[in-house]
Design a protein around this ligand. Sequence first.
Ligand code: BG6
Length: 295
Amino acid sequence: MPEIIKLISDTSVSSCTISTHGATVLSWNVSGNERIFLSKLADETNPKAGKGIRGGIPLVFPNFGPWSLGPQHGFARYKTWTIESKTDRSAKLILMSDDETEKMWPNKFQLIYTVKVTDNKLLTTLSIKNLNDGEFYDSQSFDFTCLLHTYLRVPDIKTCTITGLGNSSFHDALTEKSEQATNQEIKGLHENVDRNYSNTNDEHLLKFDDTCIEIRKSNLPDTVLWNPWAEKAQGMKDFGNDEYPEMVCIEAGKVAERQLLKAGESWTCEQVLTEMKKFVEVGDSDEEWNEKYNK
Ligand code: BG6
């Protein structure tokens, strides 16, 4: 059985839970409002071996999407991670390569995932180290794609606004076509969407009702936008038929191009989710944002 870690912010306004199954963040609650979607069929306390959890923030590594060497989205999301350290507000989890991962992907690595919670932020940092020693492998370098597969909870995706994708081209996984985004804001999703946007803004806003969640990413140039909609939801055993309007996946990743990592080197990326106090018009400078909201 996986262990569930609970973190709580200084003034107890915000809390989060993380499963050692995949180091999956399962929940992020701010002022009594759950901001992360976890399917009611996810079975997160007893997840299936070799399967990720349906919802939360699964970690995709070492491959995004279908993979010739192993399961879709890689193995990090279902391996059991070790709790390296924990305080009330933060946890550090580690995944080392082992016989199972090396059979699929013959490389030695260490993943370190740090999760911190403040009153209005959820900070997640993933560090990947290449531990190949060169004796057993043709090449000491390895390459990977990686992604934080964040499922956000919304009251109704049809009425949400998503920003930060307007300047990018995207590959539509449903039509297999590449297109240029034209709208600065996406006004709701209204059908099955599965798009891989390249070189997106480092900041996205998800707005609904009087709420605004900022998704700020660093060293993660791409963003995947996904909602299975009604028909595909019916084909998923771990996702309720009626749950698709309550979620959207805005997935910060390094996926358009594989990341090369030499032996002994590390690569780090970060995602920070922030619950803003109220709407901020797009175009506000970082200085203005910090002045208004990040004091
Ligand atoms: C998204 C992909 O990241 O994950 C979709 O773009 C995929 O194509 C979705 O369907 C869910 O994947 P999985 O493996 O968790 O069912």
